[in-house]
Design a protein around this ligand. Sequence first.
Ligand SMILES: Cc1cc2nc3c(=O)[nH]c(=O)nc-3n(C[C@H](O)[C@H](O)[C@H](O)COP(=O)(O)O)c2cc1C
Length: 204
Amino acid sequence: MKALIVSYCPRGERSRTKQLVDYAAGVLKSKKASVEVLDLAKEVPDFLLPDRLASYYRRNYMGEKLAGKDLAQLKKMDQMTDQLMKADIVVIGYPMYNFSQPAVVKGWFDSVMQKGKTWDFAQGGYAGLMKGRKALVLSTSGGAYEGDLASMDHSISLSKLHLSFMGYTVEAVTGAGINRYPEREQDILGAAKAQIMEIMARFV
Ligand SMILES: Cc1cc2nc3c(=O)[nH]c(=O)nc-3n(C[C@H](O)[C@H](O)[C@H](O)COP(=O)(O)O)c2cc1C
C-alpha cells in the first residue's frame, strides 16, 4: 500500500492541521503503508499561466507530442501528477483560507487534474481514472460551517468534488470551529483524530 500525503501547513509546528496530518501519517505507518510526503509550502506548484496552459492544451487536449521548452513547462505538473498516480491512497491536509482551499492547494489540484491522466472523456461523459483509490481530506477552520452556514464552506466541498471527479472514494475530517471555541481546541482535534482512525480502518 503506497500512501501520498500532500500537506500545506505554513505555520509549521504551530499548525493545528499539521497535528491531524501527522496523526494520519502515523496511522498509515502503523499499518505498514509506505508514506511519501509532498510539502506544498516548500514545493509550490506551477500555475496555468498563458504559455504553460497553451502547452497543456496542445498536449492533453489536441494530442500533440511536445518537446523542448514546451514540454519542459509541464515538468513540475507532470511530476506531481505521476507522484499522485503511483499512490493507492492520498491524504490532503490544509487549513481553510477565505472559505476555500489555500491558493497553493488549488494550484496542486490544477496540476494533477490532467485530462488523459487522472480523468478523461469516455462515451460522451467524464470518467475518473483514479477509480478504486482512496482519498482523505483533512482540514481545520476557525469557524464551523454547519446547518444554515454549510453553503459557506468551499474548502472541503471543493476538494471532495475534485477528488471524486478523478474517481477517488473520498472522506473528509474537519477540525471546525477551532478559533470560535478556543476552549474546545483539544476536544475538536481529539474527535478529528478518532474519525481519522475510524476511516483508516476502512481504507487500509
Ligand atoms: C489567511 C487566513 C484565512 C482564513 N480564512 C478563514 C475562513 O475563511 N474561515 C474560517 O473559518 N477560518 C479561516 N481562517 C482560520 C484558519 O482556518 C484556522 O485558524 C485554522 O485552524 C488554521 O490552521 P493551522 O493552525 O493549521 O494554521 C483563516 C486563517 C488565515 C491565516
